[in-house]
Design a protein around this ligand. Sequence first.
Ligand code: PHB
Length: 392
Amino acid sequence: MSLHRHTPLTIAALLATALAAGPASAQGSGKLRVGLMLPYSGTYTALATAIENGFRLYVSEQGDKLGGREIEYFKVDDESDPAKAVDNVNKLIKRDNVDVLVGTVHSGVAMAMAKVAKETGTLMIDPNAGADAVTGPMCGQNIFRSSFSNWQPGYAMGAVMAKRGHKNAVTITWKYAAGDESVNGFKEAFTKAGGKIVKDLTLPFPNVEFQALLTEIAALKPDAVYTFFAGGGAVKFVKDYAAAGLKDKIPLYGAGFLTDGTLEAQGAAAEGLMTTLHYADALNTPRDNAFRLAYAKTYKLQPDVYAMQGYDAAQMLGIGLAAVRGDVSKKAEFAAALRKARIDSPRGAFTLSASHNPVQDIYLRKVEGKENKLVEVASKALADPGRGCRMQ
Ligand code: PHB
């Protein structure tokens, strides 16, 4: 039977039967194509591995399926290089035809990804990068974050440091969106509480020549230092700070990335450091204990904040996909499911703000041996203000 023998009515009937049988398009059936865009090389390499491990752990706990669909992975090393970001994200969207983008770590790269995701309508879940704009001016119905905004840990630490009696502080970070925004969050809360900023010091990402800046800190003699560094750079900064003889003279604080996933390499130089983050070691909740045990069994490694964020990115994808029965083209329903979800994270359950950023407790932690031990909740259910977001 060839089509030209059918009347318009029988064609309509055939179409109706096909539709009733379920989605036949690549968007709703077959393997779900997941594009992992992460820094598999450079100072953030360990972060990429932890995120992918966490993501795969959640998927395997669900029987290797989300929303009824098996998962196929496509990977691109973004090198934490914003200049290559558009080409890299297009490899996943155009060449690999992915259904969802999962990425990335570096804020500058994430902003480029979010722009392309928005233009093409591709679903994107950001499993780390804190760029405020991703859930601010660049927010979108198809863009979600399982991690934090750069503002969040910084803001929480501003209040902590003021409460601990520090009257003035020097800030030091890499000169790019994550460093700038983390420091801005810190300054907002610290100055609101009466604190003064002595000086903001920066160096280009991912430079680790800290010596001249440490000499400057020694000369400025502030009450305390606030910092954002992560990955390999954080390992070196903490060691250099101690080696310069500053550790016992000028207390060092930071967003918790400073000491997360880095303690083995930092050793004694990190002992006693206090940081703020949406995760800690030994939270000792049944949910976190189960996650940590499963992660340690699977990878023979302890999980860190990045592993947890990767795990929750998969969990969020699963929640959205379940609501649309695997059909990622149903964007409004996908988003509606996540907006009302209570996500059962190892960090503690969280919800998403109107701009799709986690509303979450920020913990004060203190390094003891190889752990970031929970001291207290520094900021309960802290929501990023989502400045500039107009959700369409
Ligand atoms: C970022 O660029 O947003 C970033 C990178 C590494 C971190 C945290 C934030 O650990």
